[in-house]
Design a protein around this ligand. Structure first.
Ligand code: AMP
Ligand code: FES
Ligand code: ZN
Length: 316
């Protein structure tokens, strides 16, 4: 197998592009896909300050690496969820990257510790509010990502979601005809009102396998294991199904997700009127001030419930 660009020995084949690359040409290919994503979806410019949410996994660390190497001003935020040694090991991976690669670009790492700020680890909080751990975790992460971006005055917040994540999410939304989620699913969500940060996913053109290869070839040390709470999740099932289709017919994931984006772009006038509607129903949360459609945002409601539940069990 030879690299299609320079004809030296290839290290990776990409059936969906009918291509193969050597190490340097593959890195160039990955950088080019991210640059295209940023341009096509008007994500940010060279002057913007970007906050990358990094989990210690391959996708978000690769994203931080790529943005710095492409010359963007990118800092990062790690949310320590207090999931025992898993969280400690993930934080260690993020810290090592921050102290080595990111430090050479003068980039900063911010750390939010859930046990310190929210008063308990994610599993205990989920028990207190009687909700599944992953949805409790999602509410906290979304809230803290947005809050950090707004309070620290970043122009945009970036996550490491890749093509596999987005295609799996689209499959889930279509299977359940979640119209509201379908309207809002995309690689670039504008800051619709004051208090909401713009959110982007610059890896949406790259498959999970490609991002993993980039991380390995560029010697990024990341946490390989999935979050222990994710076992048996629907997302993993959807990814598995899509991977089976991809093996039979390379390019399926890309056609499915990019096809959806093309349709969405054609229907943009309708989508933007949705945003208008959303904007009209948003107002500041009575407790924290972040925009919400209810009296209190879902994070504050959840934290209030946790407090009541905690004082009931301890009698304090
Ligand atoms: P996941 O939902 O675990 O697939 O993660 C999707 C994206 O959310 C990652 O690529 C990161 O950008 C971000 N993320 C997930 N967990 C964390 C965390 N604990 N701290 C900061 N960012 C995170
Ligand atoms: Fe949130 Fe695992 S419970 S990442
Ligand atoms: Zn609130």
């Amino acid at each position: 197998m030879r690299c299609i660009k320079c004809h030296t020995k290839a290290v990776i084949g990409l059936p969906r592009h009918n291509a193969a690359f050597c190490n340097p040409c593959f890195t160039e290919f990955v950088h080019d896909q991210v640059a295209r994503a940023i341009k096509a979806e008007r994500m940010f410019g060279k002057q913007d300050r970007i906050l990358v949410a990094v989990s210690g996994g391959k996708d978000s660390l690769a994203l931080w690496d790529i943005l710095l190497k492409l010359g963007y001003r990118a800092d990062a935020l790690y949310v320590n969820l207090g999931i025992g040694s898993y969280s400690e090991r993930s934080q260690q991976k993020v810290q090592t990257f921050a102290d080595t690669v990111a430090a050479t670009y003068g980039a900063t790492l911010h750390i939010h510790k859930v046990e310190q700020e929210e008063g308990a680890g994610i599993r205990e909080l989920a028990d207190l509010v009687h909700r599944p751990t992953c949805s409790t975790c999602g509410t906290i992460k979304r809230y803290q990502f947005n809050r950090a971006a707004i309070e620290r005055e970043y122009d945009v917040m970036a996550t490491g979601h890749n093509l596999d994540d987005e295609a799996a999410r689209l499959l889930g939304n279509v299977l359940h005809w979640q119209d509201d989620y379908l309207d809002k699913q995309g690689p670039s969500l504008p800051a619709s009102v004051e208090g909401f940060a713009k959110k982007v996913k610059p890896l949406y053109r790259l498959a999970e396998r490609e991002v993993a290869a980039y991380a390995v070839l560029n010697k990024i040390d990341y946490i390989v294991e999935e979050c222990p709470m994710a076992k048996g999740s629907k997302m993993l099932l959807y990814k598995d199904v899509l991977n089976r289709l991809e093996t039979e017919s390379p390019g399926t994931k890309q056609r499915f997700y990019w096809g959806f984006l093309e349709r969405q772009a054609k229907e943009r006038p309708a989508a933007s009127s949705m945003t208008e509607k959303d904007r009209a129903s948003l107002h500041p949360c009575a407790a924290c001030g972040q925009p919400t459609t209810a009296e209190m945002c879902s994070y504050c409601k959840m934290m209030a419930r946790a407090k009541v539940s905690h004082s009931r069990t301890t009698g304090s």
